[in-house]
Write a protein that binds this ligand. Sequence first.
Ligand SMILES: N[C@@H](CCC(=O)N[C@@H](CS)C(=O)NCC(=O)O)C(=O)O
Length: 223
Amino acid sequence: MPVLGYWSVRGLAEPIRTLLAHTGTEYENKTYDMGPAPTYDRSQWLNVKPTIDLDLPNLPYYMDGDVKLTESSAIIRHLGRKTGLAGATEQEKMRIDVAESLCRDQNLGFVRLVTSPDYDNAKPAFEADISNQLQKLVILLKDNKFISGEKVSYADFLILELLDRYESFSPSALAAFPTLKALQTRLLDLPGVKARRDSPEFKKISSRFFGRMHPFGHGEESY
Ligand SMILES: N[C@@H](CCC(=O)N[C@@H](CS)C(=O)NCC(=O)O)C(=O)O
């Protein structure tokens, strides 16, 4: 059975888990727990890291027979191609590439914020820029059903995670963006995605967008 390894948080792995759930792929969701403050002990993973059969050991990793992959974007692209969720036409593929790139930039913005040594002072500027960032997704989506067009693709799962993050950070973030809210609802209504969201495994980590040492998305109440 394939194995997906990651911290017991959403982070870089949740879009991959969502794709696996949507495609009904059986897999072992191998999670590593980080210890509590003040040390946030990472030994559960660090003890395994030197011995694991990966060229570039890291989290997330994905192993399925000869496939031994790290790098979250390589994993989701591989699974997208394998499951027919990577676009069929050049138009669809280009839209997926643009969406993936926008998500990468916006996720980086989040990471910069939560790792900022001056989080409280960095927060207002980040908050004020959310609308500009979301507007880019609106422009890309237009009146399409999914980000690549009529068919769901792996990029939609990257977008879903990003939209969830924004809403968790600022509950009214999507209020002025009905097309994005509708996309989020459409994705959450996909049977496999719904099943994942209703699962005890997901509920345990639903507020853990980042590691537990961060000032936002640490999900501390769920540990
Ligand atoms: N570029 C890598 C980044 C991976 C990464 O930074 N993983 C973090 C968690 S988000 C980690 O703790 N890795 C374990 C390690 O460094 O040993 C990817 O996209 O997968």
